[in-house]
Design a protein. Structure first.
Length: 459
């Protein structure tokens, strides 16, 4: 059987360049550049450019052949139009519009006959249309902020302190940070408040030191002090507590009771955790370390409970979960070696299958990944691998697979358990030492690669 192969010429390949280089040597239609014909086969010379002669041009440059007026505009302009003649010199007499100078006109230091002056000098009018360097004038205006006043602010200003304008302080005074301003023998200074000794303010006849003349006692204390005396603890006038209240629980390690130790004849403080409960066993209704639970409340996942007698707490079942008398059961065995069936299963993590076969009866298998890896556990010699389409009773199964012996992709037919034999294979790509125009093992649309050239089977 004779078949047809067509050689594929790749752009920029040696074959393509050989076919197209001859066509690129000459322009299909010659063009004129500066009046000189050019078709691409040879260089050209332009008179007045790279050859002796005059190049005829049109446009704006042509107007330079005739006389014309040149003028200047903006802040600097000519006093009159200046005529330009071809080949002649142009001289402009410039003046300053409206006889004014503006800051934007100065681009650097003055270099004229005025010189550069000295630091701090300004240009001043001499009254006759010329300028000279001089000292700056007096103060023209003075403004002040909070805490200061000014008078004659545009002539002979006088600035005075006015503390009444300061804002009132609202925060507490911090002695290590806040300061007072004062005159130290005529010199203005400041000092932190906590550095000022209180005795330095003792400048009033009412200031005096002395002793306490009397002390009154409050709850928990008794006694009288006038010039001398004694104050004692007296628990008899303490308020009686009706119970412990408040937001903080009693801490036996920290919280204390105040009591009287008769053996030492003095008042003492006693931690709550130091007092045995039996010390308070002074009532016939007191029973030590025994009693009944007064209430049981069922929490999450439980039902039942009660506040008296015997109560029962039960486990609550849910969807697919049954709470029995002695255990909790679900609809099937979920041990690691059990066969488990679910209607639908969604995994948020990875699925690892350790068995050798995955069987699916679905009609449509959707895979989000754009790459499928076959033979992922292969570590030895490469083998054929590909995809098989089961055709049932319609005929042999069809394969698309990598043919390791041919080092290319092949298609063919065979049984459901083995790849096609070599005689039943069609190679979509074949590498040959020379073109075989009778090779039908390459299907229509397949290719042969011969010495770097690509041939496409067309029929």
């Amino acid at each position: 059987m004779s078949v047809t192969y067509a050689k594929v010429v790749v752009e920029d390949s040696s074959d393509h360049i050989a076919q197209t280089s001859a066509k690129a040597d000459q322009l299909k239609t010659a063009r004129t550049i500066g009046g000189v014909s050019f078709n691409g086969t040879a260089n050209i010379n332009l008179p007045g450019v790279n050859a002796t002669g005059n190049q005829e041009t049109t446009g704006a440059s042509g107007s330079l052949k005739s006389s014309g007026a040149i003028s200047a505009s903006g802040d600097v302009s000519t006093s009159a139009g200046v005529t330009y003649t071809s080949g002649g010199a142009v001289a402009l007499t410039l003046g300053i519009n409206d006889n004014k100078l503006e800051p934007g006109m100065f681009k650097g230091p003055l270099t004229n006959k005025l010189g550069n002056g000295t630091n701090g000098q300004v240009l001043k009018s001499s009254g006759n249309g010329t300028f000279l360097w001089g000292s700056a004038g007096g103060v023209t205006e003075v403004t002040v902020g909070t805490g200061l006043d000014v008078s004659n602010g545009t002539t002979t200003p006088s600035v005075t302190l006015d503390l009444s304008e300061l804002a009132d302080g609202t925060a507490d005074v911090v002695g290590s940070e806040d300061k007072m301003v004062y005159l130290d023998n005529g010199t203005q200074k400041s000092k932190h408040l906590d550095d000022i000794k209180l005795s330095q303010f003792s400048n009033d006849s009412g200031w005096a030191s002395g002793t306490v003349t009397s002390v009154a006692t409050g709850k928990g204390l008794s006694g009288t002090v006038t010039s001398t005396g004694t104050i004692n603890l007296s628990f008899g006038n303490l308020d009686e507590s009706t119970g412990f209240t408040g937001g903080n629980a009693i801490n036996g390690e920290v919280d204390m009771l105040v009591g009287y130790d008769d053996s030492s004849s003095k008042a003492v403080q006693i931690g709550y955790n130091k007092i045995p409960v039996s010390f308070f066993n002074n009532d016939s209704g007191f029973t030590s370390n025994v009693g009944d639970i007064t209430g049981v409340t069922a929490g999450t996942g439980l039902t039942g409970g009660g506040s008296s007698g015997g109560v029962t707490v039960n486990v609550v079942g849910g969807t697919g979960v049954t709470a029995n008398a002695n255990d909790i059961a679900i609809g099937q065995d979920v041990a690691t070696d059990a066969d488990v069936t679910f209607a639908n299963l969604t995994l948020s993590g990875d699925l690892t299958v350790s068995g050798s076969t995955i069987t699916t009866t679905t009609e449509t298998l959707e895979i989000a990944d754009n790459t499928m890896v076959l033979n992922s556990d292969l570590t030895g010699t490469a083998v054929d691998a590909g995809l098989c389409v089961e055709r049932g009773s319609s005929g042999n199964n069809q394969f698309l697979f990598w043919d390791e012996s041919a080092s290319g992709w092949s298609v063919g037919n065979g049984s459901s358990t083995s790849f096609p034999s070599a005689s039943a294979r069609l190679q979509t790509q074949k590498v040959s030492s020379s073109l075989d125009a009778t090779d039908t093992s390459v299907p229509v649309g397949g290719t042969q690669i011969v010495g770097g050239a690509l041939y496409l089977r067309t029929n």
